[in-house]
Design a protein around this ligand. Structure first.
Ligand code: GCU
Length: 677
């Protein structure tokens, strides 16, 4: 065997071929424009070669060429193309004045690809009837053996000046989503294989490569071209590029790592981009690196006038701040539907070995019945009458809250809806919900799963309750309309609507609580809905309690890149422009005043900027004091595990990591006792 191999390779060397070339080459022709030029003309041959595949690549190039024009050219036979070819040795030639038919006849192409010009790439109506006509044309010329594919191109970058960008609301995500819809439709309708370059480029944008994928906002740069080529190769051959050994010139190792992962993931789940690869930029977690900043004064109106009375605060400044946070950050929410219904589906007074009464209530949010919050409630059996409760959304599903086998699990359809966000196992998060401890203190717990509101992954606003805010024919929130955090906060208010009808719950004594993204949510819910008597933010970090201008740990760019659906579109404009925000997060906290507020951090949670959370609570205290309440009782950022709960604003920094633990709960209970007992 060894001998045969040796003879073969000697033979190959003898006739001047590498081992890869000895195989039959894969012949691919792109019917495209400058976007296919970006994808196939630079690195594709090399990526293939590194994997032992020899390719012959053709690109039928006319700048900005649309499907319509390709079809016209096909019909007229016009020799309108620069036909760029890369032969099996990787040698490039250009043949101007080539017709489509001539290029099709030039080789026995294994694969031919189509694409739409970028301005129309997200508009399927422009594909018709030309794509179908072209497909027929190619089939007629090349026979049935040629595999036909569709090149999913990429979106323009936010801020790009392309004249077609307004068609997509000047929004990279909106354009990307339209491209996903149109390209998937093309593939499904005509049985084309997908080349998901647009998805891979979007993943790079979500990762540390950020916007560094184009040279002018729409044409790819060396990084973008490398990613596109890798994506093409895997799509054409089905061979994973995860370990492909080729690296384009000037590509650093960390970029390469993201590029390989982005290309591979795009092929696994076309249309679903995701952050991948390493974090290149070390998160700032050194106090010395915090820029100088000036915080907007919560007690000064936008026009510069000072707030001097409580009436002015409640009548003018508070509404002004609320409007700014609504329209610039979280997005407007609709009024609840008059068709909202509450259905009690379970009551069991012997739950958790008899210490609790468990109730499960479905809140059906609209007439269609499609949107439903499954609320899980535990009430202490050792207390008479309506009880105070902690109300908060859970991360992993109701069944993750406790090992209680009476918790209704999600249906199959719901699991499907939750999609990639579903990670639900019985009791896995019971450490975050120490029910026995809370119940023993005389409090109830009211919770529901975040996925009921929104499965928390971006899919172009098709999942979740977002559509409850849409007008007829609207498919995308306006730049000032609700993102997912607003939708979660709104859902908490709907649960509050229910609580007001439940005689076993004291709706005047509801503490809204949340951890991390759901802590941001608790703050926004508490800021807007004054029925929440206490507001508790646990490790809410950036976009929650932490001061944005400190730029410590997670910054706005991270939030908006990794979670493009959380905040409204207007907020994306502030990525990297923290100093220009018309507010900062201490003013979000101030909106809770005069109601008691608890902000907590963990010392190991640098990403959430514990000191920024403390600073914010301290600053917000000025409004509490102005309103005759007691602000945070300490002036200095405290040592770990030394809670300050004397004031109406409380703070602690737990020792440990990003989490919510029984220690945190112990202090929240002590704080709530001050007001509710
Ligand atoms: C990420 C995100 C944070 C968020 C956290 C969470 O770390 O960057 O902003 O708070 O997820 O919700 O767990």
């Amino acid at each position: 065997m060894k001998q045969i191999k040796l003879i073969l390779s000697v033979l190959a060397v003898f006739i001047g071929m590498t081992a890869a070339e000895a195989k039959k080459p894969l012949k691919v022709l792109a019917i495209g424009n400058s976007f296919s030029q970006d994808a196939v003309e630079q690195n594709l041959w090399e990526v293939a070669d590194a994997d032992g595949t020899t390719m012959i690549i053709g690109n039928l190039y006319i700048g900005g060429c649309s499907l319509e024009r390709h079809w016209k050219n096909a019909q007229s036979g016009e020799a309108a193309y620069a036909y760029r070819k890369i032969d099996k040795k990787g040698v490039k030639t250009n043949h101007p004045g080539t017709s489509l038919a001539a290029a099709l006849a030039d080789e026995k192409w294994d694969i031919v690809s189509f694409q739409q010009r970028s301005p129309d790439s997200g508009d399927f109506s422009t594909y018709e009837p030309y794509l179908e006509d072209l497909i027929k044309f190619v089939k007629k010329h090349n026979g049935r053996k040629t595999r036909l594919m569709f090149h999913q191109t990429w979106a323009y970058e936010n801020g790009a000046t392309h004249s077609a960008f307004p068609k997509y609301g000047n929004s990279c995500w909106k354009m990307f989503d339209s491209i996903v819809v149109a390209s998937s439709r093309a593939c499904e309708k005509y049985g084309l294989g997908m080349i998901p370059a647009g998805t891979a480029i979007q993943s790079a944008r979500m990762s540390e490569i950020r916007e560094n994928v184009t040279r002018d906002g729409y044409h790819l740069n060396i990084i973008g071209r490398y990613i596109a080529a890798l994506t093409w190769y895997e799509a054409l051959t089905g061979r994973s590029v995860e370990n492909n050994s080729y690296t384009a010139a000037h590509i650093e190792p960390w970029v390469r790592e993201i590029a390989l992962a982005a290309a591979h993931n795009a092929n696994l789940t076309p249309g679903k981009p995701k952050k991948c690869g390493p974090e290149k930029y070390v998160t700032l977690n050194d106090e010395a690196g915090v820029p100088e900043y000036t915080l907007p004064d919560a007690l000064t109106m936008a026009d510069g006038s000072k707030v001097s009375t409580a009436e002015q605060w409640f009548g003018a400044r508070r509404p002004e701040l609320l409007k700014m946070f609504t329209e610039t950050m979280f997005g407007k929410s609709p009024a609840p539907s008059k068709d909202m219904k509450f259905e009690v589906v379970d009551v069991n007074n012997g739950a958790l070995k008899g210490i609790a009464t468990r109730k499960q209530v479905n809140i059906i949010l609209d007439k269609s019945g499609k949107h439903c919050l499954h609320v899980l409630i535990y009430l202490p059996n050792n207390v008479q009458g309506p009880v105070p409760v902690f109300m908060g959304i859970n991360f992993n599903g109701n069944i993750a809250v406790s090992k209680d086998s009476g918790i209704i699990p999600p249906s199959k359809a719901e699991l499907k809806k939750y999609g990639i966000a579903a990670n639900i196992e019985t009791g896995v998060k019971s450490n975050r919900w120490p029910l026995e401890q809370i119940l023993a203190a005389g409090y109830g717990v009211v919770t529901f799963y975040r996925g009921d509101t929104d499965p928390d992954f971006f899919d172009g606003w098709r999942n979740g309750i977002v559509s409850l805010g849409f007008k007829k024919d609207q498919t995308w929130p306006e730049p000032d309309e609700w993102g997912t955090i607003s939708q979660w906060a709104w859902s908490l208010s709907r649960v509050m609507d229910y609580a007001e009808t439940d005689p076993d719950i004291d709706a005047k004594k509801v503490a809204v609580i949340g951890h991390s993204r759901l802590g941001k949510t608790a703050l926004w819910a508490g800021a807007q809905d004054e029925r929440f008597a206490i507001v508790i933010s646990n490790c809410s970090g950036a976009g929650g309690a932490a001061i944005s201008r400190r730029m410590f740990g997670e910054v706005l760019q991270d939030l908006n890149r990794h979670f493009p659906h959380w905040f409204c579109e207007n907020f994306h404009a502030y990525s990297g422009r923290e100093a220009e925000l018309p507010f900062d997060q201490h003013e979000l906290l101030a909106l809770v005043a005069p109601r008691p507020l608890y902000v907590a951090s963990a010392d190991g949670d640098k990403w959430a900027d514990p000191k920024g959370e403390f600073t914010s609570a301290k600053e917000a205290s000025k409004v509490y004091e102005f309103l005759g309440k007691k602000g945070l009782a300490i002036d200095e950022w405290p040592a770990v595990n030394t809670p300050s709960i004397e004031g109406d604003v409380a703070y602690h920094m737990r020792q440990g990591k990003h989490d919510i633990t029984p220690y945190d709960w112990e202090n929240y209970i002590r704080f709530a006792d001050k007001y509710f007992k």
